[in-house]
Design a protein around this ligand. Structure first.
Ligand code: NAD
Ligand code: ZN
Length: 249
């Protein structure tokens, strides 16, 4: 690490230690856990175009087809473990630096890492819901064996993971909590999000408008990098947190 990078790392570590930090995470934080992001067409999503398969109309028309993709998605999730980035965010919360994680992810890896306050903007794969009677069922592996798809015990309609599909509204409570958090935080750490999926993508702009410093970690530039980011670390999340650890001990 060169001197300029070291100084920057130290500045960021000091900022974080002052507290009032919120993290905003996207698919990129889970890449090093083995879950591919949507963009950059790799793995799962080159086989199943998310804009087709994760579209609510497709599910309503043809749940059987969408469940073929969902089975693979769940297998991918079940093999994934939290990585250093998820773990350090949980540690920041324990130390009192971090107030909450706002995530667009549906893989539950923040919770598995030990984070307590996690706002899930796009829902979660940890439960299934009946679109007809709204009854919820905690997700268990057994559901993946049911053909053509798991059904509601009450109305026999197809069950859908409680994740927000394209064309569906975001959970209102999570969205309003997220806006409250970014309006009052001092620092927003934006990790692994391209910043193009709205309305979630508004959050960093709102944080900046309210006076927060924006720290961004992404191996690629995002919609935020050249507009609102104060500290840009052009690297993988795991690499960033490994480097940052030198400034904590
Ligand atoms: P995205 O796929 O649009 O973008 C991912 C971003 O992560 C990119 O900017 C990429 O450069 C960056 N990235 C790649 N590897 C990284 C690494 N090792 N460390 C840090 N950053 C890395 O994802 P998005 O912006 O989150 O939006 C896509 C939508 O897809 C979201 O709504 C999300 O819910 C959903 N999604 C979720 C998962 C998951 O739960 N793990 C996976 C795929 C997609
Ligand atoms: Zn039902």
């Amino acid at each position: 690490m060169d001197k300029i990078k070291q100084d920057l790392m130290k500045e960021v570590a000091d900022l974080i230690k002052q507290g009032g930090v919120v993290a905003f995470t996207g698919a990129g934080i889970s890449v090093e856990s083995g879950i591919p992001p949507f963009r950059g067409a790799k793995g799962l999503w080159s086989k199943y175009n998310p804009e087709e398969y994760a579209y609510i109309e497709t599910f309503l028309r043809n749940p059987e087809k969408v469940w073929i993709m969902l089975r693979e998605m769940y297998r991918c999730f079940s093999e994934a473990k939290p990585n250093l980035a998820h773990l350090v965010l949980a540690e920041f919360e324990t130390k009192g630096y971090l107030e909450a994680v706002i995530t667009q992810n549906i893989d539950s890896l923040h919770q598995k890492a030990g984070s307590k306050k996690v706002i899930e903007l796009h829902g979660s794969g940890d439960r299934l819901v009946c679109l007809d009677c709204e009854k919820e069922y905690p997700f268990i592996e057994e559901y993946l064996k049911l053909t053509p798809y798991p059904k509601c015990k009450r109305c026999n309609k197809p069950l859908k993971p409680a994740i927000v599909f394209f064309g569906e509204p975001l959970p209102e409570k999570a969205l309003s909590q997220a806006f409250e958090l970014v309006k009052s935080c001092k620092v927003l750490i934006v990790i692994g999000t391209s910043g193009v999926v709205y309305p979630a993508a508004y959050l960093p702009y709102e944080a900046k408008r309210s006076g927060a410093k924006i720290i961004e970690i992404n191996p690629e530039e995002s919609a935020y990098t050249n507009s609102i980011t104060d500290y840009f670390f052009k690297e993988k999340a795991g690499e960033f947190f490994k480097n940052l650890s030198f400034f904590y001990n």
